[in-house]
Design a protein around this ligand. Structure first.
Ligand code: DX5
Ligand code: ZN
Length: 221
């Protein structure tokens, strides 16, 4: 399994103080920052776009893990690349031409992620795995922070991990100290956490415990 990466979801931050919130998370041990992009069409909520990524990029060099919950993900690749996104993760449900999109993202100079919603079979990404950097297995229906983790998504993580031992596998939605063991044991190594990190008394302790839990599974494998 690749190394553990903890990616606080900035959706749970105070958007009015985005740079300060980002620095706070980095200081507390975040490896990546997870940026939730929603268009009000693919999901029933609207959040941020490339201009916000561009503003944040001026304040930090951290890896910006951009999760595009949008229809027509092809449309925004160049804008996000120019804005300074590190990884562009699109939803498999949002495109009919994933291979062309993967090429477009690589050409633009970003790493590539493919996300699957809870009801989407994981087999849909199998043919793409050797072309991508990360697979995101959603553990809630995308659209909002603060939802309950869906353990029934874990067999998807498991079968992905069995087939692809070196792939970065990200889980997103409802990850906390209560659910991390289940996700880590299934084989996830990139952990997105919004509510559980931002609402914690000590985000630092939560981030380091999430990391330890993933590492303890890794040390046994
Ligand atoms: C949900 C987003 C998640 C969300 C996670 O659509 O993709 O990244 O912010 O938040 P929590 O950790 O609160 O479930
Ligand atoms: Zn997300």
């Amino acid at each position: 399994m690749p190394i553990a990466k903890i990616a606080p979801s900035m959706l749970s931050s105070d958007f009015a103080s985005l740079a300060a919130e980002a620095h706070r998370m980095i200081k507390n041990g975040a490896d990546w920052l997870h940026m939730d992009v929603m268009d009000g069409h693919f999901v029933p909520n609207i959040t941020i776009g490339a201009p916000v990524i561009q503003s944040l990029r001026k304040h930090t060099n951290v890896f910006l893990d951009c999760h595009l919950m949008v229809s027509n993900p092809e449309k925004w690749v160049d804008d996000f690349a120019k804005a300074g996104a590190s990884l562009y993760c699109f939803h498999i449900e949002a495109t009919n031409e994933p291979e062309a999109l993967i090429e477009q993202i690589k050409k633009a100079g970003m790493k590539v992620g493919v996300a699957v919603k809870p009801k989407t079979p994981i087999e849909t990404v199998f043919p793409l795995v050797d072309k991508i950097d990360m697979c995101l297995v959603m553990t809630v229906e995308p659209g909002f922070g603060g939802q309950k983790f869906m353990p029934d998504c874990m067999p998807k993580v498991q079968s992905l991990r069995e087939k692809f031992p070196k792939l970065d596998i990200e889980v997103d939605g409802g990850l906390s100290l209560d659910t991390i063991d289940t996700a880590a044991q299934a084989g996830a190594n990139v952990i997105v956490a919004g509510t559980s990190v931002f609402k914690a008394e000590s985000p630092k302790d939560v981030i380091s415990t999430l990391r330890e839990k993933v590492e303890s599974v890794q040390s046994k494998s």
